[in-house]
Design a binder for this molecule. Structure first.
Ligand code: ADE
Length: 286
């Protein structure tokens, strides 16, 4: 998987990626990441990339030309575009993207679809992700129309630029790529993997500040532990994220859980009745 981040602050991206788990994955060659400075593609001698907005209003806008040329260069390099070599007619960004199913250009913007685990999973199956990070008041609409495949936000709040959102998304996507997380780090019980929040976890010591680790976790009964964890996940999701819980309740997994709970309830009732009957018989004998 190749990540290309088009930005005015390349050091902000690379410093962060190098010092994380992703840095190790880059060293191992499982992923590659490159920050490309949009300013290098400005065709004016001052290398300026922004200008006032038509129609007035505060703030500056990133101009179409440097952004377009930057994306064009990245796609030409990464695809080794055959036509660019065979003839003088260089294909447009749109033409290159139409020919590459597994390349996406993500414009990081509060006006996009809100990023979630399902999107992270979808993007983790792509070969090349190009993140376009805006600054100032945004980017000229015309270049976005010609280059962007996905508009993605990380939440309903506004940041000063797209670099932090791009890093957030890259982290969430990359950790899903096989080999990026070591086996001790990978967690199939991750929050959101099954539409629920993760269950509470405990490590040594078994008693800390007078608080005991739940007994079931020390029992060595794997099936019981799994059941307890699912139960805790459901409870926690209901308490902390009622929106997620409402969606989970409609799933097949939830139907199965309810069935299992019902079976358990009946079994417990039966046991209680049996015990009551036994006690009754014992009393009659006395
Ligand atoms: N750029 C500024 N704010 C943003 C957000 N919330 N998500 C994505 N990109 C942004």
């Amino acid at each position: 998987m190749k990540f290309e981040i088009l930005t005015l602050f390349p050091e902000m991206i690379m410093d962060s990626l190098r010092t994380s788990i992703l840095g190790r994955a880059m060293e191992k060659g499982i992923i590659s990441a490159r920050a490309v400075n949009i300013r290098d593609y400005a065709d004016n001698k001052h290398h300026s990339v922004d200008d006032y907005t038509y129609g007035g209003g505060a703030g500056m806008l990133m101009q179409a030309q440097p952004v377009y040329d930057c994306i064009h260069a990245v796609l030409s390099q990464s695809g080794g575009d055959a036509r660019a070599k065979e003839s003088d007619a260089s294909p447009s960004v749109r033409q290159m993207l139409d020919e590459r199913e597994k390349t996406r250009v993500i414009y990081v913007t509060p006006q996009g679809r809100v990023f979630d685990q399902a999107m992270a999973e979808e993007f983790s199956g792509v070969d090349e992700l190009i993140f376009l990070c805006g600054h100032y008041e945004g980017i000229d609409e015309r270049v976005l129309e010609e280059t962007v495949t996905d508009y993605v936000s990380i939440g309903d709040y506004v940041l000063t630029g797209g670099e932090l959102p791009a890093l957030v998304m890259i982290d969430a996507i990359a950790r899903l790529i096989p080999g990026v997380l070591g086996s001790e780090e990978s967690a199939p019980g991750d929050s959101f993997q099954n539409g629920l929040l993760e269950y509470p976890q405990y490590s040594r010591p078994a008693i800390w500040h007078g608080k005991e680790v739940p007994q079931v976790l020390l029992s060595g009964d794997h099936a019981k532990v799994e059941d307890w964890r699912l139960e805790q996940s459901i409870k926690r999701t209901g308490e902390r994220r009622p929106d997620l819980y409402a969606a989970w309740e409609k799933t097949e997994a939830a139907a199965q859980w309810r069935k299992k709970q019902e079976k358990r309830r009946k079994k417990a009732e039966q046991k209680k009745r049996k015990e009551a009957k036994k006690a009754e018989q014992k009393e009659e004998k006395q």
